[in-house]
Structure formats: C-alpha cells, structure tokens
Design a protein around this ligand. Structure first.
Ligand code: SF4
Ligand code: SF4
Length: 306
C-alpha cells in the first residue's frame, strides 16, 4: 500500500458504464464541491463541499422511522409523508441510513483513494475491451487537489486510462499536475464574455481561460466541452469564437457540444433548493446542427453529444 492509497476525499457518486465521459466504457468518480454555481447545473447535489440531504417524497411509505431517529427532532409528519426542518438538520445522515424506502438520501461521503480504486478495478475487463478507464468529474476535481492527485497517481501506477473532466477554474499548479497524469482533459467552456460568465456561474472566466491557454500549449490532449444553454450561449457568433479559440490551441483535439437537457430540475426540489432555470427547454436538433457548423468552420473537429 502506498501513502497515496490512504488519502481521503469527498465524493457523491461512482457511476459505472459511463459512455459520455471520455472514450470507451468508463467508471466516473464524481467529487463533491464546486467553486461555480452555473444556473443550468444538472447536478446541484455536487455543488456544496459538505454532505446534502435529499428527500424524495414520492418514495415515502410513512413508516415514521426517520422521525424517531433524528437527533435534532428535525423531521415532522406531513400529509405527503414527512417534512424536514432544514434549519435544524445537521446533515448527519442518520435518517437516510434508516429509510429503506430511499425517500431520504445523503449526498456526499468520505472515501479513501484505495476504496475508490477497488471499485474502479472491478470493471477493468470492460475498459480493456473498449479503450475506457476512469474519469474524475464533479463538482470540481481541482477543488480537492490532494485527493485528486493521489487518486490519479495511483490510477496511473496501476495502468488505468484516465480522464479529467474539469471546469478549469482551479489553481494552475493542480491542473498542470493532474494533466500530466491523465490521457485526456475534458475542459468546460461556457462563454467567452467575462461579465456574462460571472452572471451565469457566479465567477468570472479569467482564471479558467488563462488555464486553458496554458493547457492548450501542453502535451496532454484536450477536448473543449460547451454546455449549450438556450438564451445564454447558443448564438452562432459565440460558438464561432469558441471554435477560433480552440483552433489556436495545439493540444485541443476537438470541441464537444453538450445539449442542455433539463433533467436536473427535480433534484433542486429534493434538496430544498429553487431551480434557477425552471421550464428551460433543450435546444432543437436544428440549433445544435447550426452551432456544430459554426465551430467546424474554424477548422476544428466538432462533436454533438446526443
Ligand atoms: S423513514 Fe423514509 S419511508 Fe419512513 S417515514 Fe421517513 S422518509 Fe418516509
Ligand atoms: S440528516 Fe440527521 S439531523 Fe438531518 S434530518 Fe436526518 S437525522 Fe435529522
């Protein structure tokens, strides 16, 4: 056992048989916590660094076990099952462990590098047959530098194909060290305008664009991923500009357009949060085709993720 194997981090999911997070069949490890607050985020359970309690009222069978075990007396009966007083909740997870109906779920758990790798290793045969491997996603992997780098070093030591999926908004030193340990970086670019980026994500894009510029002249292949959000960044001119940016960076091999799908909307309610983009519709096939053309015209390979 190496010292890296015992390093701990907080994750909220390990997804098996992932086919949209890099080549082949992959296992994606989702790290918890992100510096951004994108209004269209479909994983709101990824944003906070600490655990979050989700409630799925439709699963509740009204057994009342959670009310009995809550050390805060923070759960009360309600016509739809139970209601949580989130002001009292310590996010200890006692109720979620008691609820076998899965009406209560605690997102976020501390794990060691060794525990994650043991899970990832179970599907090694699939990786070898498909060219897949392990992807680190989030949340933002760069926001847990010690864990991310230890996991990638261990993954490299055991010969896994590795992908880093990042918003790019992290320390350059961490990004450079992570990039040296992976086979591909999936780098999100939301929009190039500083103010609009800050308005939609809570942070300006200076650091991530500076990181992209440096990464784009490095040795690790990069795929720029653009979440296409209607009314925010779905103008042809926006994608033309991103295409030109990509074309000027030798390490960028492709641009992938990710269609907004709105599937995360229900998750906000489960966490006691308001969805910032209620009712926002996905872009049409025609709109996605036009944006693909806009990027391709800059001479860059452009992929549209269904
Ligand atoms: S333990 Fe689960 S199923 Fe039982 S009342 Fe609580 S939330 Fe509902
Ligand atoms: S997470 Fe803990 S404090 Fe919060 S409602 Fe459940 S049992 Fe109570």
């Amino acid at each position: 056992m190496t010292p890296d194997a015992g390093v701990t981090g907080t994750i909220f999911d390990i997804k098996k048989f992932a086919v949209h997070d890099g080549p082949g069949i992959r296992t994606t490890v989702f790290l918890k916590g992100c510096p951004l607050r994108c209004t269209w985020c479909h994983n709101p359970e990824s944003q906070a660094f600490g655990p979050q309690l989700a409630q799925f009222t439709r699963n509740c069978i009204g057994c009342g076990k959670c009310i009995e075990v809550c050390p805060q007396q923070g759960i009360a009966p309600a016509p739809e099952g139970t209601v949580i007083n989130r002001g009292l909740c310590l996010r200890c997870g006692t109720c979620a462990r008691t609820c076998y109906a899965e009406a209560l779920v605690l997102h976020g758990r501390e794990v060691t590098v060794a525990e994650v790798l043991a899970e990832v290793e179970k599907d090694r045969l699939f990786y070898e047959n498909s060219g897949g491997g392990m992807t680190l996603s989030g949340g933002e992997p760069l926001a847990q530098p010690a864990f991310t780098l230890a996991l990638l070093r261990e993954g490299r030591r055991v010969g896994l194909h590795q992908v880093l999926d990042t918003s790019g908004d992290g320390d350059w030193e961490t990004l450079a060290a992570a990039a040296a340990l992976v086979d591909l970086v999936l780098f999100d670019v939301k929009c190039l305008d500083r103010e609009r980026h800050a308005e939609a994500t809570g942070r300006p894009n200076d650091r991530l664009l500076s990181n992209l510029e440096r990464l784009g002249h490095g040795r690790t292949p990069v795929c720029i991923r653009v979440p296409v959000i209607p009314g925010f960044n779905d103008a042809v001119e926006e994608l033309e500009a991103i295409g030109r940016l990509a074309e000027g960076l030798p390490a960028v091999e492709s641009v992938e357009l990710l269609r907004y799908h709105g599937l995360g909307e229900g998750k906000y309610a489960s966490l006691g949060l308001e969805c910032p983009t209620p009712g926002l519709k996905p872009p049409t096939d025609e709109a996605m085709a036009a944006l693909k053309t806009a990027v391709s015209e800059a001479g860059v390979v452009c992929i549209v993720d269904a």
